[in-house]
Design a protein around this ligand. Sequence first.
Ligand SMILES: [Zn+2]
Length: 96
Amino acid sequence: MVTTIHYCAKCTSDQLRRNGSKQGQPKYQCKACGYQGLFVPAAVRKAAQYAQVDALLLERNSQRSIARVTGVARRTIAKRIKKSSPASAATASLAA
Ligand SMILES: [Zn+2]
């Protein structure tokens, strides 16, 4: 069995108690400082969202359709395309 120790995002204390849920994610309350937050950090959620974006980009969906389906901003999708393709960086350096 894998146990995960959670720490408070504000004071890094491990004295947390479960305090309800928000949109299906469990919330915690820190006993030390009283801070309330979600157990799942935003980075994990974003990584899953970006993996879906990359899969849809491979299928050559349009940026606007990916933005509609995933809820990621179109500018973010455009940035990921620019970062991921070395060919576009090569042509940009040739043009300059
Ligand atoms: Zn705390």
